[in-house]
Design a protein around this ligand. Structure first.
Ligand SMILES: Nc1ncnc2c1ncn2[C@@H]1O[C@H](COP(=O)(O)OP(=O)(O)OP(=O)(O)O)[C@@H](O)[C@H]1O
Length: 242
Protein backbone atom coordinates (compact mmCIF):
# COMPACT_ATOMS: atom_id res chain seq x y z
CA UNK A 1 0.00 0.00 0.00
CA UNK A 2 1.42 3.38 -0.89
CA UNK A 3 1.36 6.32 1.48
CA UNK A 4 -1.59 8.69 1.06
CA UNK A 5 -1.23 11.18 3.91
CA UNK A 6 1.78 11.79 6.10
CA UNK A 7 1.99 14.26 8.98
CA UNK A 8 5.17 14.90 10.94
CA UNK A 9 5.76 16.77 14.19
CA UNK A 10 2.24 18.23 14.37
CA UNK A 11 1.71 20.73 17.16
CA UNK A 12 -1.41 22.81 17.81
CA UNK A 13 -1.26 25.41 20.57
CA UNK A 14 -4.00 27.54 22.00
CA UNK A 15 -2.11 30.09 24.08
CA UNK A 16 0.35 28.12 26.18
CA UNK A 17 -1.60 24.85 25.90
CA UNK A 18 -0.44 22.36 23.27
CA UNK A 19 -3.59 20.32 22.53
CA UNK A 20 -1.70 18.36 19.84
CA UNK A 21 1.88 17.96 20.95
CA UNK A 22 4.31 16.41 18.49
CA UNK A 23 2.18 13.91 16.56
CA UNK A 24 3.42 11.85 13.61
CA UNK A 25 0.57 10.27 11.69
CA UNK A 26 0.38 8.26 8.48
CA UNK A 27 -2.43 6.81 6.39
CA UNK A 28 -1.86 4.51 3.43
CA UNK A 29 -4.15 4.22 0.42
CA UNK A 30 -7.36 2.40 1.35
CA UNK A 31 -6.23 1.93 4.94
CA UNK A 32 -8.67 2.28 7.86
CA UNK A 33 -7.20 3.80 11.01
CA UNK A 34 -9.10 4.28 14.27
CA UNK A 35 -8.33 6.96 16.85
CA UNK A 36 -9.37 6.52 20.47
CA UNK A 37 -8.50 8.29 23.70
CA UNK A 38 -10.08 10.05 26.65
CA UNK A 39 -12.12 13.25 26.35
CA UNK A 40 -9.87 16.21 25.61
CA UNK A 41 -7.01 13.99 24.34
CA UNK A 42 -6.73 16.06 21.14
CA UNK A 43 -8.41 13.66 18.69
CA UNK A 44 -10.71 16.22 17.05
CA UNK A 45 -7.91 18.78 17.12
CA UNK A 46 -5.73 16.33 15.16
CA UNK A 47 -8.54 15.78 12.64
CA UNK A 48 -8.90 19.57 12.33
CA UNK A 49 -5.22 19.84 11.45
CA UNK A 50 -5.43 17.05 8.88
CA UNK A 51 -8.55 18.49 7.25
CA UNK A 52 -7.17 22.05 7.26
CA UNK A 53 -9.99 23.37 9.46
CA UNK A 54 -7.35 24.98 11.67
CA UNK A 55 -3.72 25.84 10.85
CA UNK A 56 -0.86 23.95 12.48
CA UNK A 57 1.39 25.70 15.02
CA UNK A 58 4.26 23.43 13.97
CA UNK A 59 4.83 20.45 11.73
CA UNK A 60 4.02 19.51 8.17
CA UNK A 61 1.46 17.51 6.27
CA UNK A 62 1.94 15.84 2.89
CA UNK A 63 -0.65 14.35 0.55
CA UNK A 64 0.84 11.80 -1.84
CA UNK A 65 4.24 13.29 -1.08
CA UNK A 66 3.28 16.91 -1.83
CA UNK A 67 3.37 19.36 1.07
CA UNK A 68 -0.13 20.71 1.82
CA UNK A 69 0.45 22.26 5.26
CA UNK A 70 -0.48 25.74 4.04
CA UNK A 71 -3.59 24.67 2.11
CA UNK A 72 -6.99 25.40 3.62
CA UNK A 73 -9.90 23.02 4.16
CA UNK A 74 -11.61 23.90 0.87
CA UNK A 75 -8.44 23.12 -1.11
CA UNK A 76 -7.94 19.84 0.76
CA UNK A 77 -11.56 18.87 0.17
CA UNK A 78 -11.15 19.43 -3.59
CA UNK A 79 -8.02 17.32 -3.48
CA UNK A 80 -9.58 14.30 -1.86
CA UNK A 81 -9.74 14.86 1.91
CA UNK A 82 -13.38 14.71 3.07
CA UNK A 83 -14.60 14.88 6.65
CA UNK A 84 -17.65 14.50 8.82
CA UNK A 85 -18.25 16.48 12.01
CA UNK A 86 -19.05 15.24 15.49
CA UNK A 87 -22.27 17.26 15.57
CA UNK A 88 -23.97 16.96 12.18
CA UNK A 89 -25.02 20.33 10.78
CA UNK A 90 -26.94 19.92 7.55
CA UNK A 91 -27.24 22.98 5.30
CA UNK A 92 -30.51 24.59 6.39
CA UNK A 93 -33.42 25.39 4.08
CA UNK A 94 -32.45 22.57 1.72
CA UNK A 95 -33.49 19.01 1.02
CA UNK A 96 -31.18 16.08 1.63
CA UNK A 97 -30.44 15.87 -2.10
CA UNK A 98 -29.67 19.59 -2.32
CA UNK A 99 -27.24 19.19 0.60
CA UNK A 100 -25.40 16.55 -1.41
CA UNK A 101 -25.39 18.61 -4.61
CA UNK A 102 -23.81 21.51 -2.71
CA UNK A 103 -21.17 19.13 -1.33
CA UNK A 104 -20.43 17.68 -4.80
CA UNK A 105 -20.21 21.06 -6.54
CA UNK A 106 -18.78 23.38 -3.88
CA UNK A 107 -16.78 20.84 -1.89
CA UNK A 108 -15.71 18.43 -4.61
CA UNK A 109 -15.66 20.77 -7.61
CA UNK A 110 -17.81 18.44 -9.73
CA UNK A 111 -20.11 19.97 -12.34
CA UNK A 112 -23.41 19.12 -14.05
CA UNK A 113 -24.03 15.38 -14.57
CA UNK A 114 -20.95 14.40 -12.63
CA UNK A 115 -22.18 16.34 -9.58
CA UNK A 116 -25.67 14.89 -9.92
CA UNK A 117 -24.32 11.34 -10.25
CA UNK A 118 -22.09 11.85 -7.20
CA UNK A 119 -25.05 13.05 -5.15
CA UNK A 120 -27.22 10.10 -6.22
CA UNK A 121 -24.41 7.64 -5.60
CA UNK A 122 -23.84 9.02 -2.10
CA UNK A 123 -27.56 8.85 -1.35
CA UNK A 124 -27.67 5.20 -2.41
CA UNK A 125 -24.51 4.20 -0.57
CA UNK A 126 -25.67 5.80 2.65
CA UNK A 127 -29.18 4.33 2.42
CA UNK A 128 -30.87 7.70 2.06
CA UNK A 129 -32.67 7.42 -1.28
CA UNK A 130 -36.11 7.48 0.33
CA UNK A 131 -35.20 10.66 2.25
CA UNK A 132 -33.83 12.52 -0.82
CA UNK A 133 -36.58 15.13 -0.93
CA UNK A 134 -36.99 15.63 2.79
CA UNK A 135 -35.97 18.88 4.37
CA UNK A 136 -32.59 18.14 5.97
CA UNK A 137 -33.60 19.94 9.17
CA UNK A 138 -36.40 17.45 9.83
CA UNK A 139 -34.06 14.43 10.01
CA UNK A 140 -33.56 12.44 13.21
CA UNK A 141 -30.08 11.73 14.61
CA UNK A 142 -29.36 8.52 12.65
CA UNK A 143 -30.40 10.14 9.37
CA UNK A 144 -28.38 13.27 10.18
CA UNK A 145 -25.34 11.08 10.74
CA UNK A 146 -26.01 9.31 7.44
CA UNK A 147 -26.36 12.66 5.69
CA UNK A 148 -23.13 13.86 7.30
CA UNK A 149 -21.40 10.78 5.85
CA UNK A 150 -23.12 11.10 2.46
CA UNK A 151 -22.17 14.76 2.24
CA UNK A 152 -18.51 13.99 2.87
CA UNK A 153 -18.73 11.18 0.32
CA UNK A 154 -20.30 13.45 -2.33
CA UNK A 155 -17.12 15.53 -2.37
CA UNK A 156 -15.31 12.52 -3.90
CA UNK A 157 -12.77 11.76 -1.16
CA UNK A 158 -9.79 9.42 -1.33
CA UNK A 159 -9.52 9.89 2.44
CA UNK A 160 -12.48 10.27 4.78
CA UNK A 161 -11.97 11.72 8.25
CA UNK A 162 -14.86 10.64 10.50
CA UNK A 163 -15.44 12.28 13.88
CA UNK A 164 -17.64 10.15 16.14
CA UNK A 165 -20.04 9.19 13.38
CA UNK A 166 -21.44 6.51 15.75
CA UNK A 167 -21.86 8.83 18.74
CA UNK A 168 -25.38 8.98 20.17
CA UNK A 169 -26.62 6.03 18.08
CA UNK A 170 -27.88 2.71 19.41
CA UNK A 171 -25.60 -0.28 18.81
CA UNK A 172 -27.92 -1.49 16.04
CA UNK A 173 -27.85 1.89 14.30
CA UNK A 174 -24.08 2.15 14.65
CA UNK A 175 -23.72 -1.36 13.17
CA UNK A 176 -25.76 -0.25 10.14
CA UNK A 177 -23.30 2.60 9.67
CA UNK A 178 -20.41 0.13 9.95
CA UNK A 179 -21.80 -1.67 6.88
CA UNK A 180 -21.84 1.61 4.96
CA UNK A 181 -18.28 2.45 6.01
CA UNK A 182 -17.09 -1.05 5.03
CA UNK A 183 -18.64 -0.41 1.60
CA UNK A 184 -16.62 2.79 1.30
CA UNK A 185 -13.44 0.87 2.05
CA UNK A 186 -14.34 -1.66 -0.62
CA UNK A 187 -14.44 1.29 -3.01
CA UNK A 188 -10.86 2.12 -2.15
CA UNK A 189 -11.47 5.05 0.20
CA UNK A 190 -9.08 5.38 3.15
CA UNK A 191 -10.72 6.05 6.53
CA UNK A 192 -9.54 7.78 9.69
CA UNK A 193 -12.24 7.31 12.32
CA UNK A 194 -12.41 8.81 15.82
CA UNK A 195 -14.89 6.81 17.87
CA UNK A 196 -15.66 6.08 21.51
CA UNK A 197 -17.75 2.99 20.64
CA UNK A 198 -14.65 0.83 20.40
CA UNK A 199 -16.31 -2.52 19.66
CA UNK A 200 -17.93 -0.89 16.61
CA UNK A 201 -14.72 0.80 15.52
CA UNK A 202 -12.70 -2.41 15.49
CA UNK A 203 -15.12 -3.94 12.98
CA UNK A 204 -13.68 -1.51 10.40
CA UNK A 205 -10.18 -0.42 11.32
CA UNK A 206 -7.00 -2.40 10.81
CA UNK A 207 -4.80 -0.05 12.84
CA UNK A 208 -5.62 1.74 16.05
CA UNK A 209 -4.04 4.87 17.49
CA UNK A 210 -4.60 5.94 21.10
CA UNK A 211 -4.07 9.58 22.09
CA UNK A 212 -3.76 11.17 25.51
CA UNK A 213 -2.89 14.75 26.41
CA UNK A 214 -2.08 15.69 22.80
CA UNK A 215 0.25 12.77 22.14
CA UNK A 216 0.02 9.32 20.60
CA UNK A 217 0.56 6.89 23.48
CA UNK A 218 0.08 3.64 21.52
CA UNK A 219 -0.55 2.45 17.98
CA UNK A 220 -0.64 -0.79 16.08
CA UNK A 221 -3.05 -3.63 15.45
CA UNK A 222 -6.30 -2.93 17.32
CA UNK A 223 -6.27 -5.94 19.65
CA UNK A 224 -2.70 -5.27 20.82
CA UNK A 225 -3.41 -1.59 21.41
CA UNK A 226 -6.53 -2.40 23.43
CA UNK A 227 -4.51 -4.76 25.61
CA UNK A 228 -1.68 -2.26 26.13
CA UNK A 229 -1.44 -1.39 29.85
CA UNK A 230 -0.75 2.26 28.97
CA UNK A 231 -4.01 2.43 26.98
CA UNK A 232 -5.96 0.60 29.68
CA UNK A 233 -4.71 3.01 32.30
CA UNK A 234 -5.26 6.21 30.25
CA UNK A 235 -8.50 5.34 28.50
CA UNK A 236 -10.18 2.01 29.03
CA UNK A 237 -9.92 1.44 32.77
CA UNK A 238 -11.02 -2.07 33.57
CA UNK A 239 -13.89 -1.93 31.09
CA UNK A 240 -14.30 -4.85 28.67
CA UNK A 241 -14.63 -3.21 25.25
CA UNK A 242 -14.32 -5.91 22.59
N1 LIG B 1 -10.39 26.48 19.77
C1 LIG B 1 -9.90 26.06 20.93
N2 LIG B 1 -9.40 26.93 21.85
C2 LIG B 1 -8.89 26.51 23.02
N3 LIG B 1 -8.82 25.20 23.40
C3 LIG B 1 -9.30 24.31 22.53
C4 LIG B 1 -9.86 24.66 21.26
N4 LIG B 1 -10.26 23.53 20.63
C5 LIG B 1 -9.95 22.51 21.46
N5 LIG B 1 -9.40 22.98 22.58
C6 LIG B 1 -8.94 22.18 23.72
O1 LIG B 1 -8.12 21.17 23.20
C7 LIG B 1 -8.19 19.99 23.98
C8 LIG B 1 -8.45 18.82 23.07
O2 LIG B 1 -9.77 18.91 22.55
P1 LIG B 1 -10.30 17.92 21.44
O3 LIG B 1 -11.70 18.33 21.09
O4 LIG B 1 -9.33 17.84 20.33
O5 LIG B 1 -10.30 16.54 22.23
P2 LIG B 1 -10.96 15.15 21.85
O6 LIG B 1 -9.93 14.11 22.12
O7 LIG B 1 -11.51 15.19 20.48
O8 LIG B 1 -12.11 15.04 22.93
P3 LIG B 1 -13.60 14.37 22.84
O9 LIG B 1 -13.41 12.89 22.87
O10 LIG B 1 -14.26 14.89 24.09
O11 LIG B 1 -14.25 14.87 21.57
C9 LIG B 1 -9.30 20.23 25.01
O12 LIG B 1 -8.69 20.59 26.22
C10 LIG B 1 -10.06 21.40 24.42
O13 LIG B 1 -10.67 22.18 25.42
Amino acid sequence: MSLLLEANGLVKRYGALAVVNGVDFRVAENEAVGIVGPNGAGKTSLLNLLSGAVPVSEGRIALRGAIITGQDAAWRCRHGIGRSHQVPKPFGGMTVFENLLVAATQGGGFIQHEAYDRAVDSLELCGMLSAANRSAETLGLLERKRLELARALATGPELLLLDEIGGGLTDGEALDLVEVILDLRRRGIAIVWIEHIVHILVKVVTRLVCMDAGRIIAEGDPQSVLKDPVVISAYLGSEEVV
